[in-house]
Design a protein around this ligand. Sequence first.
Ligand code: ADP
Ligand code: MG
Length: 620
Amino acid sequence: MPESTGEKSFETREFQAEVKQILDIVVNSLYTDREIFLRELISNAADALEKFRYENLTDKHVKDRDLPLEIIIQLDDKEHSLTITDTGIGMTRDELIENLGTIAHSGSKAFIQQLADVSRKDLNLIGQFGVGFYAAFMVAKKIRVLTRSYRPDAEGCEWGSDGIGSYTISRVEGLRRGTKIILELKDDAREFAGVETVKRIIRQYSSFVPFTIRVNGEQVNTVQAIWTRNKNEITEEEYTEFYKFIANTYDEPLYRLHFSADAPLAINALLFVPKQNFERFGFGRMESGVNLYCRKILIQQQAESILPEWLRFVKGVVDSEDIPLNISRETMQDSALVARLRRAITSRFLKFLNEQAKAEPEKYAEFWKIFGFFLKEGITSDFTHRDELAKLLRFESSKTEPGKLISLADYTSRMQEGQKEIYYINGPTREIIEAGPYLEAFRARDLEVIYTHEAVDDFVLSHLMEYDEKKLVSADQAELELPVLEDKPGAEPLDSETVKSLTGWLKETLGDKVSEVKESKRLINSPAVILNQDSLMTSSMQRVMQAVNKDLGAIGRKTLEINARHELIKRLAVLREKDADFARLAAEQVYDNALISAGLLADPRGMVDRMYHILKRALA
Ligand code: ADP
Ligand code: MG
């Protein structure tokens, strides 16, 4: 076995298993957009140059200080080779082993999985999962990497591999700082030694690389920091190309926000919302997608502290003159200045979303479908922006057409006179909510009820507590003050004496399952309903807990309300006197049915037997 810090000048090492997996896919790839390999190599070279530029600012002892920072591509039509050289940070021997022999990112495992599973292998995403380098094996039968770190005492190293199983590492004399990668092209990939082809690919994918790129001596890109330019002078295409460059993607953004501010902080920001949410595809938690610059110098890539975590889907650039150049990741975390910057940018971004929602509601609905989850996360985790976020929430309601969404502002704007609360009810679908017993009371009073479909929604709304000084109240709560109905529809109710003894008997029969049984003031069509006495423990919250722990029954204190006008309840009152045993069965079934309507039935076993029993009687 080779040692990790080899003294030997030459050794052969095995790739890590995950690397072998990805190489196996890449080497045999019939992927038609193979040219993206160049984008990945250039992006690595640019990263290495950015890192060097940063080290050079803060560290006096870097190697080959005077080398120009640039990317050189040499094409050899006769040898069928492509060589890309950068004067960036370079790699030590240990870094070579770590970076080009293993995969560190957790998200990349999911990516490899997906590549292995899906028949249409879209390698375009390869760069987003921290394995972009290996894309070069789509076009190369052999790759050599010659590199020397910027550290003054570093030695030069060579890495070589044909992409199958293993690679070699050896010591090399006479290298300058940076990395040279030599691709020996596959026979069917010789076109990538052609100057015109390569120039076209660079223009297509890499025109925003902030370093000069030369192909056989000729400069092919114009270096520019687009975000510092005047908005009016930037074309749509330039914006889109820039987005593709920083997001390392191939499609267009959903939203774009370009703004600058002078006070209280000097900010130049260009932010994008992508069209897809990779977290939802099971790729693991995203890292921040915003790079932090100071006067066009990259301070930090994927800077976590510059936006709150729940905005990690946003891609882009923030440039602020107020940030000290030598700020470290650690100091960024708790710097008061960075916190102010974050607040300012976040507020601006949320305001932008709000404007977009008003201007183009349908497009915003699309955004909401993909990224609403993150905004909800923001409400539950970030007090600072809670009120701004509340404006961005969208829900279906009892007064919308299926699929149409409203905001809390829409709701409050059409509340009834004297209505003080905003009502919501959770259920997996609109149909299920509307078939259940909870809506009856609201429907009879023409009160609007917000429908929430996601498990987190009740958590979000109970965190929010109120909107525009109106309390948010779940419709499955026991204590509700609804306006009294003048003439309640339906038959005559049971007299109050009978109701009193029936509810007392029900409480006795159901025992600890309910903490209270009482006559309902809200039910119209259903015989009974389960309500929650603890305002935070809504039925949807309990469903979430039950999903985690299957043995969990109904949680929290429950009220069973019965409808004294309902035929079933009336008959139950009579049956109780004649056949107490059978009445007990019926009572338990009424309770279970109410639980089912609340989406809460945990154990169906006892119920099935009971149903047979009841059926037998009914069929007699
Ligand atoms: P990613 O760029 O997302 O980290 P890659 O597979 O493209 O993933 O590259 C893996 C790592 O190899 C990089 O993070 C970097 O540390 C190192 N690397 C690749 N190319 C270079 C280069 N030209 N100069 C210095 N380091 C490099
Ligand atoms: Mg890369």
